[in-house]
Design a protein around this ligand. Structure first.
Ligand code: PBG
Length: 344
């Protein structure tokens, strides 16, 4: 047998050679977006049991967190609110004195310069925990699965109201995540009609019905009280459908599209970037964070190396921005060790 002529290992023989052949720039702090939970009615931060290191923040501490994110050079923060009062219509969500509206206002005043994104959804604000307005199915008497449905067209009106109230508070991006048809269009029209032509839309275009959202629902206190989200979030067997969703969002006026979750969905990230060539975010969700965190805390894996490997995978697939609960930690690692990319 002849010896191989092409010696691929030449490319890996030492660090400088590996740098020379490196195809992807790796992650930088500016690529990363940190989710922040802000909870009404608490005085001190509360750690989320299923997400070690992640907190529900009281309003008074949120601007300081945002400042930290800014000073670390993050690409932004995304806000999620947990109100004291929930009802079946999610009315706390568009209250101008609502927790997210106040947080946006405070951050813009005390931490100027950080990009502020706000999730637009109803699940944290509704007593039933669904992302839309629940109606009884015709002919049924009780609002219990399967005798209910989510009223799409009523919901998008409410989502537009929420988005508008965030725009009024000064948010940079609204991020509709309810997976209702026409939600981007409804929001875009409301923004334009009211003169908020600079407020951008980051659309949760391909949001799959995923078990990886479990810890988030602890954090945001938003699990559905009955049924599941499968009538609005996508079926994970599908990929072409993700392209259709994103294409519609772009037509409706989205400035950025998103794939969520990220781990297990890099084929979708890749395909979307390739076929649509549009600014793309991927959301590395709560369960992804918790899995790595739990394994690292047990000493089964090296957290820093694992996180950098996974995040680089999302970038390699085509993500321009990555929403991750590791954002602050990664930015700190990169700051303290600028050669992290080559070294890992
Ligand atoms: C709101 C929303 C959810 C997440 C982001 N926005 C929860 C859900 O759809 O149940 C999940 C994020 C995460 O798991 O980190 N609809």
């Amino acid at each position: 047998m002849a010896f191989p002529k092409v010696r691929m290992r030449e490319r890996r023989k030492d660090e400088l050679t590996r740098i020379k052949h490196c195809e992807t720039s790796g992650v930088s702090a500016g690529d990363l977006i940190m989710p922040i939970f802000v909870k009404e009615g608490i005085a001190v931060k509360r750690e989320i049991g299923s997400m070690p290191g992640i907190y529900q923040w009281p309003l008074k501490d949120v601007a300081a967190e945002a400042r930290k994110a800014r000073d670390l050079g993050l690409g932004g923060i995304i806000l999620f609110g947990i109100p004291v009062y929930k009802d079946s219509l999610g009315s706390s969500a568009y209250n101008e004195g609502g927790i997210v509206q106040k947080a946006i206002y405070d951050i813009k005043k005390k931490a100027p310069g950080i990009r502020v994104i706000a999730d637009v959804c109803l699940c944290e604000y509704t007593s039933h925990g669904h992302c839309g307005i629940v109606k009884r199915s015709p002919g049924h008497k009780v609002t219990r699965s399967p005798d209910y449905y989510i009223d799409n067209d009523e919901t998008i009106k409410v989502l537009a109201k929420i988005a508008l109230s965030y725009a009024e508070a000064g948010v940079d991006f609204v991020a509709p995540s309810a997976m209702m048809d026409g939600q981007v269009k409804a929001i875009k029209e409301a923004l334009i009609k009211n003169g908020y032509t600079k407020t951008k839309i980051m659309a949760y275009s391909a949001k799959y019905a995923s078990s990886f959202y479990g810890p988030f629902r602890d954090a945001a206190e938003s699990p559905p009280q009955f049924g599941d989200r499968k009538t609005y979030q996508m079926d994970y067997h599908n990929s072409y459908e993700a392209i259709l969703e994103a294409r519609l969002d772009i037509e409706e006026g989205a400035d950025m599209i998103m794939v969520k979750p990220a781990l297990g969905y890099t084929d979708i990230i890749y395909r979307m970037k390739k076929e649509l060539d549009f600014p793309l975010a991927s959301y590395s969700v709560s369960g992804e964070y918790s899995m790595i965190k739990a394994a690292a805390l047990k000493g089964y894996i090296d957290e820093r190396k694992t996180v950098l490997e996974v995040l680089t995978g999302f970038k390699r697939a085509g993500a321009d921005k990555i929403i991750t609960y590791h954002a602050m930690e990664v930015a700190l690692w990169l700051k303290n060790n600028p050669s992290t990319k080559a070294q890992d």
